[in-house]
Design a protein around this ligand. Structure first.
Ligand code: C5P
Length: 237
């Protein structure tokens, strides 16, 4: 039941507005990617990790995890999905198509081992996800707006049925061969692929939703850092 983990970490973190890519911002004094890799390296049954990094990454080689024998690195791509594809191209040359792959964002350092175990017990195609707790609105710009405003005014087009809304997290799992071909074909078609599940869905492979928890947050905005530090402090205390 060995599996590989793929970590896209080639982004620049535009929304963070920091002086360095967000995967290297310090949390509790350690770079985010270092914490995420340390977490992954503690998961039982791990066969290896492939990290996708930007071509001019100047930070990775300084992380203690960079020298770990299970950690491999590849050069990522323009979008997150291109970075994931680069890791799968690498894995496909050395592992069988049935190999289980978990794709996990560098920006999610807090995922709990119990959730990883639940995902590993789930269907071969599955993802961690959170049932929506807020009421969810579908937004549409009004026909009247658009004149000279920096951002168009948005209005509610529809309220979605909260009971059928789930927020996708990572890890997301699939067999290597299936994920590789679905992702490659989705990108060839120019489909929007913001997670692995969407590439699988496109070709009829409905992923199983595995209930995760809210503390598996994705570091996106500066305010996420304090929250993540609190979660990590409790977890590793
Ligand atoms: O920007 P966002 O939070 O959605 O990025 C999710 C993950 O994808 C991050 O870990 C980021 O480093 C990674 N990424 C990547 N290659 C890109 C863009 C984002 O590996 N070209």
């Amino acid at each position: 039941s060995d599996y590989w983990v793929v970590v896209p970490a080639a982004g620049v973190g535009k929304r963070m507005g920091a002086d360095r890519p967000k995967q290297y911002l310090p949390l509790l004094g350690r770079p985010l990617l270092s914490l995420t890799l340390r977490n992954i390296l503690s998961w039982p049954g791990l066969a290896g990790v492939v990290v996708a990094l930007s071509e001019d990454d100047a930070y990775f080689s300084h992380l203690p995890e960079a020298k770990h024998p299970l950690v491999h690195r590849v050069v990522g791509g323009v979008e997150r999905a291109d970075s994931v594809l680069a890791t799968l191209n690498y894995l496909a040359t050395r592992e069988a198509g049935e190999t289980t792959v978990l794709v996990h964002d560098a920006a999610r350092p807090c995922v709990a081992l119990a959730d990883i175990e639940a995902l590993l017990r789930a269907d071969p195609v599955a993802l961690l996800a959170l049932p929506a707790s807020d009421t969810v609105k579908l937004a549409a710009p009004s026909a009247a707006s658009g004149g000279g405003e920096p951002e168009p005014r948005l209005y509610v087009e529809q309220t979605l049925d909260r009971n059928s809304i789930w927020l996708a997290q990572t890890p997301q799992r699939a067999p290597l061969g299936l994920l590789h071909s679905c992702l490659r074909r989705a990108l060839e078609q120019g489909a929007p692929v913001t997670d692995e599940a969407s590439a699988l869905e496109l070709f009829g492979h409905a992923p199983q939703l595995v209930p995760g928890r809210g503390d598996n947050l994705k570091i996106t905005h500066p305010s996420d850092i304090l929250l993540a530090e609190t979660i990590l402090r409790l977890r590793y205390a």
